[in-house]
Design a protein around this ligand. Structure first.
Ligand code: HXC
Length: 259
């Protein structure tokens, strides 16, 4: 499929890289971009060779939010009946392979929400995160008021949602919003390094780990622990478990076949 708002490539035949590509609009997220992003994510998810996906933007902006120009004219009826703005946004949640957000520059509003929908965020030192919707007379609409407090706690989430202020990369790492901060020119190298590590593991175990960590955010601790235990037990039915443990015992590198 030919895309206009994103660029798609693979690295080492194992990692899918999606670059948001509306640089003049600071990657403002319009309907077409979100549709294309959903298609590209689903295609990589279905590709057996791909073990991990990276989502990135430009140096200046991962994404400066949903497209304000496109939203400005909507009435409540438009937004609600057509489910405009948000209708394509949850597709990323159905992706079973890991998605790493490699964020440089602005990740604001829907851009911050999109990054938080990814499995973890690696940030460049120029990254700035924020939920400035309050300045536009609205609130976050793609999970920001739910995922941000889970990531950084209520105090900082409230501060950001109510004042619209931005958080720099250092504060984002200190608060637990991002897993790593690296110099801007090392961002893709770092993200690719992580993606290649993940791609070298059993895809089944990787998918199970993702599913299980996500469970920590929904439901109770005891349900989550039970879910994890069942998946852990189930992995003993895979060839990859035999291979991984045999390789360790025999002091050799494991070769996973994703079976
Ligand atoms: C549409 C946008 C945009 C956006 C920037 N642009 N953000 N267009 N939607 N969200 C456009 C500008 O209009 C401008 O176009 C060009 O990108 C460059 O932006 P500038 O403002 O000139 O750049 P700069 O002065 O460097 O300021 C950068 C910025 C600022 C601080 C990021 O652009 C900004 O505040 N943007 C809006 C951020 C925001 O409010 N995001 C939340 C949106 S609501 P021209 O044509 O003039 O060059 C949201 C709700 C999500 O995301 C709901 C879930 C679905």
């Amino acid at each position: 499929m030919a895309y206009e708002c994103i660029e798609v490539r693979t690295e080492a035949d194992k990692v899918g890289i999606i670059t948001l590509a509306r640089p003049k609009q600071l990657n403002a997220l319009n309907d077409q971009l979100m549709t294309e992003l959903g298609e590209a994510l689903k295609a990589f998810d279905a590709d057996e060779k791909i073990g991990c996906i990276i989502l990135t933007g430009s140096e200046k902006a991962f994404a400066a939010g949903a497209d304000i120009g496109a939203m400005a004219k909507y009435s409540f009826a438009d937004a609600y009946k057509g489910d405009y703005i948000t209708r394509n946004w949850e597709q990323i949640r159905s992706i079973r392979k890991p998605v790493i957000a490699a964020v440089s520059g602005y990740a604001l509003g829907g851009g911050c929400e999109l990054a938080m929908m990814c499995d973890f965020i690696i940030a460049a030192d120029n990254a700035k995160f924020g939920q400035p919707e309050i300045k536009l007379g609205v609130i976050p609409g793609a999970g920001g008021t739910q995922r941000l407090p889970r990531a950084v706690g209520k105090a900082k989430a409230m501060d950001m949602a109510l004042t619209g202020r931005m958080m720099d990369a250092t504060e984002a790492e200190r608060s637990g919003l991002v897993s790593r901060v690296v110099p801007l020119d090392k961002l893709m190298e770092e993200a690719l390094g992580a993606a290649l590590v993940i791609s070298g593991f059993s895809q089944i175990a990787v998918m199970a780990a993702k599913e299980s960590v996500n469970r920590a955010f929904e439901g109770t601790l005891s349900d989550g622990v039970m879910f994890e235990r069942r998946l852990f037990h189930a992995l003993f039915a895979t060839q990859d478990q035999k291979e991984g443990m045999d390789a360790f015992v025999n002091k050799r590198a494991a070769v996973f076949t994703h079976q």
